[in-house]
Design a protein around this ligand. Structure first.
Ligand code: GRF
Length: 203
């Protein structure tokens, strides 16, 4: 089993889709990727709805309130320590609304979900900015987490046409629907396909 730790901050709908689509599901027959297990779900938000989603599924859940830390570095040091105690193969940021420091990026291999077609609309309020822009499309990206915010190597992206007279809620819903499909797919890609490619290169 490959082990993943999921980081989240809010409603946890992406955490739920990861649990539904990859947690303890049989992946394939080869020894590289027999399955993926969510070994922990960690949030920085004491009021995150996702806490219930994880505990309901008996997934180890950690609440690490960032407000109790004086600096981002102090928070990240503790976060990395907790993550490492689970020895994950990959960390997945699924709506984790924190900017991480080099303390995190230098020690943890993580992927992040972002609700725009990066490099467009990096940072906060991406859905709003993407909706209000003149672009005829919206998108969703999954990328590796690097020191620079929302700038790591892209793993998967999906683009969709903006409806001419569609509402913001419709646009946001379309993004959510894509997110729920693309993030589990990216996790499988990184843990199964990418590992396989690396191994065959080494032969
Ligand atoms: C997602 O739209 C994600 O792209 C953004 O935060 C949202 C999290 O939603 N960064 P949820 O908590 O998974 O429902």
């Amino acid at each position: 089993m490959k082990k993943i730790v999921v980081l989240f901050s809010g409603t946890g709908s992406n955490l739920a889709s990861i649990i539904e689509k990859v947690h303890k599901k049989k992946m394939r027959d080869d020894e590289n990727c027999l399955g993926i297990e969510v070994v922990a779900a960690i949030t920085n938000n004491t009021a995150a709805k996702g806490i219930e989603i994880a505990t309901d599924k008996q997934i180890s859940t950690v609440v690490l309130d960032h407000k109790l830390f004086d600096t981002r570095e102090a928070f990240d040091t503790k976060l990395v320590k907790i993550i490492q105690s689970y020895e994950p193969d990959l960390v997945v940021m699924a709506g984790f609304m924190r900017i991480v420091t080099p303390i995190f990026t230098s020690q943890v291999q993580a992927i992040n979900l972002h609700p725009s077609l990066l490099p467009k609309f990096k940072g906060a309020k991406a859905i709003e900015r993407s909706f209000e822009s003149d672009d005829a499309f919206g998108g969703v990206s999954v990328h590796y987490v690097s020191e620079e915010l929302d700038a790591g190597t892209i793993i998967l992206q999906e683009k969709f046409d903006k409806k001419m007279d569609g509402s913001f809620d419709d646009f946001a819903k379309q993004i959510k629907d894509i997110e729920h499909e693309i993030l589990p797919r990216a996790i499988k890609h990184v843990l199964c396909e990418a590992t396989k490619a690396k191994q065959s290169q080494a032969r």
